[in-house]
Design a protein around this ligand. Structure first.
Ligand code: 2AM
Length: 481
């Protein structure tokens, strides 16, 4: 049966994110046509959660397209990768000039670059949008990061901004704005996820120090995180961490967190960010350490064997517990600043490489609500970019300069203690190493260049005169002593 062309938007892929996004769109008064490859999924949805007058179930893609008002907007919420290319190939002949295909998956930015060019070449418009906030965000208000064909933005803006999370004093600023051409939206989402990796790793390190070194119970940890959530660290991830420490298994009454196997999984967006950082020569060490920390955690069997033979010190911190908690808080905050600084530096490098004009203030505000890294802190970042849109590094903004200066003694103390008592804190350490590396005018790379020139005649520049130089090191060698 062909449907009447009455729907505002179409959505393909009714897994949990797609379903929730469809319900969110319908709840804002838009009519939506939905389709899923496996028809029974569409039927089950339209018979249950999606049983609403403005939700139209479609059994074929032809039906879906026929149900849409022109210019048609079709959003794909399917598994990233080949499925997206297949769908674009099927949809393209069904659509007309000026229609919009939207990909809401966690897509590699370079795939969106390619698809934008291909889809535009066939006369259609293309959007690759980040969607963050998990299942709940998709249903109640995600953060949306759209990029692609600029001409499509006015067409999707009303729906996108209606369904997005809202922030601001009046709760009317949508966490959705135009990001930039081609893969820019997916890139911003990828960096969001990479920053999320860093945030989670840093929180886990703080947890481990407080538990292993300071001996805090889960109840005490919940109180500490509750207090932290009222200050500079106020954020969704600190809030859910607090709640996790309070949850008990209904069967045994044991704390759930203590029963969870310490083997982390990953879906790969952190790895992408890290790989792309390496490709550009940008030091995004926090996300990389966070990915490696997950890899190391996943080697549970090896770690178990190693734990029986490799020795280390007693993990107890002997100092004042209250002071230590505050020092860990400051170390977490300072590390977080370094981590976000890296994320924005990578964005700027990608913008330069891809010729995107990114608005960093706006990006910080996109993440202010709806998404997993939402936090008060992002407003400080937005203010920093407001004051200096071409800020080279967030750590240079006066507010963050001071925050780092104020917290660095605690930061150093926590890392020194962790090293002394043998608690692994790779995120804290990477963050401090970045700060210390970045703030020094001179680094030992003079020696590194000498070594490269010695064994490979790679040449070097000099501090006292311009040009490129090579030394015959063997001729200049002298006996030592
Ligand atoms: P399915 O229910 O038919 O498997 C997440 O996997 C979502 O992506 C599901 O809705 C799934 O549909 C959909 N999906 C995965 N591969 C697809 C493809 N090649 N074409 C259309 N939908 C696909």
């Amino acid at each position: 049966m062909t449907k009447q062309a009455s729907c505002d938007i179409g959505l393909i892929g009714l897994a949990v994110m797609g379903e929730n996004l469809a319900l969110n769109i319908a709840s804002r008064g838009y009519s939506i046509a939905v389709y899923n490859r496996t028809t029974s999924v569409t039927d089950a949805f339209t018979a249950d959660r999606g049983k609403q007058p403005n939700v139209v179930g479609c059994r074929t893609l032809e039906d879906l397209v026929a149900a849409l008002k022109a210019p048609r907007k079709v959003m794909m919420m399917v598994k990233a990768g080949p499925a997206v290319d297949q769908l674009i190939a099927t949809l393209t002949p069904l659509l007309s000039k000026g229609d919009v295909i939207i990909d809401g998956g966690n897509t590699l930015p370079s795939d969106t670059d390619r698809r934008t060019r291909e889809v535009e070449a066939s006369g259609l418009l293309y959007i690759g949008t980040g969607v963050s906030g998990g299942e709940e965000g998709a249903l109640k208000g995600p953060s949306l990061m759209p990029g692609g064909s600029k001409a499509a933005w006015p067409l999707i803006q009303p729906i996108f901004q209606a369904i997005a999370a809202k922030v601001g004093p009046k709760g009317d600023i949508p966490c959705c704005d135009w990001v930039g051409p081609r893969g820019a939206g997916n890139y911003v989402k990828m960096v969001h996820n990479g920053i999320e990796y860093g945030d989670m790793q840093l929180i886990c390190e703080a947890y481990w120090l407080l538990k292993q070194a300071a001996g805090l119970s889960n109840d005490q940890l919940a109180k500490v995180f509750d207090t932290w959530n009222r200050g500079e660290l106020d954020s969704y991830l600190i809030e859910i961490t607090r709640d996790i420490f309070t949850a008990r298994d209904p069967g045994t009454n044991d704390y759930v967190v203590d029963k969870i196997l310490d083997k982390a999984g990953a879906k790969g967006t952190g790895k992408w960010m890290s790989q792309l950082a390496l490709d550009m020569g940008v030091p995004s060490t926090l996300v990389t350490e966070a990915v490696y920390a997950r890899c190391l955690s996943a080697m549970k069997d090896q770690r178990t064997r190693a734990s029986r033979v490799l020795v280390g010190p007693d993990m107890h911190n002997r100092g004042d517990t209250h002071l230590f908690i505050e020092q860990v808080r400051q170390a977490l905050y300072a590390s977080k600043i370094a981590s976000y600084a890296q994320g924005f530096v990578q964005l700027a490098a990608a913008a330069k490489e891809n010729e995107w004009q990114l608005d960093y203030r706006s990006i910080a505000m996109l993440w202010r609500g709806g998404c997993i890294i939402r936090a008060q802190f992002l407003e400080r970042i937005a203010e920093a970019y407001d004051a200096e849109p071409n800020l080279e590094n967030l750590m240079l903004a006066p507010y963050f300069q001071k925050a780092l200066a104020d917290s660095q003694s605690a930061w150093r103390h926590v890392i020194a203690s962790a090293a002394t008592i043998g608690v692994p804190v790779p995120g804290f350490m990477a963050a401090l190493a970045y700060y210390d590396g970045y703030r020094h005018e001179r680094l030992p790379a003079n020696l590194l260049q000498a070594q490269r020139d010695y064994f490979g005649a790679h040449t070097y520049e000099r501090t006292d005169k311009p040009g490129t130089f090579h030394t015959e090191w063997l001729d200049l060698r002298r006996p030592v002593g």
